[in-house]
Design a protein around this ligand. Structure first.
Ligand code: ZN
Length: 168
């Protein structure tokens, strides 16, 4: 993407609104039907530092990921594209994000812990990968069942955070 214009600004503003209404800690453009390599994030870490921004045309370097079963208490993540479900998944502890902002200015963030997880999750969306695709076999089957049951991913079924009642 090369057009850093008003269209991109309003897309990003809408993505922040949608993420906050959900509420979620991240949102990628493909989740709102836009095929651009853009994601937004909003996360307060354990030291009360706010991590909030937009990553355009990002690249992500990650440290090696652990193998074996993931911990349900500390490694469960969810996704606005698979609402109401959470499954545990190993992610790399360290991620280095390089991207440009709305002005086209490059930046780099060294992320650890949950912020690193958010970056990996959102970055995957840009390649059409859901966290459910990365789950171990048994959990992947449970996730696929939930997705099928609710019809998530079908073109005519969508929900609008803050507008539609998920339980309804
Ligand atoms: Zn997601």
């Amino acid at each position: 993407m090369t057009e850093f214009d008003d269209g991109l600004r309003s897309l990003v503003a809408n993505m922040f609104d949608t993420m906050e209404a959900a509420p979620g800690v991240g949102l990628a453009a493909p989740q709102v039907g836009v095929a651009l390599r853009v994601f937004v994030y909003n996360w307060v870490d354990d030291d009360d530092v706010l991590w909030r921004g937009v990553a355009i045309n990002p690249e992500l370097w990650i440290s090696p990921t652990a193998i074996g079963p993931a911990d349900e208490d500390t490694e469960s993540e969810g996704c606005l594209s698979i609402p109401g479900e959470r499954f545990p998944l190993h992610r790399a502890d360290l991620a280095i994000l390089t991207a440009v902002d709305l002005d086209g200015t490059p930046f780099e963030i060294r992320a650890e812990g949950w912020l690193a997880r958010i970056f990996q999750h959102e970055y995957d969306h840009l390649d059409g990968i859901l966290y459910a695709d990365r789950l171990e076999h048994k959990l992947a089957r449970a996730a696929a069942k939930a997705i099928r049951k609710n019809g998530w991913g079908e073109l005519d079924i969508a929900w609008t955070p803050g507008v539609d009642d998920l339980e309804g």
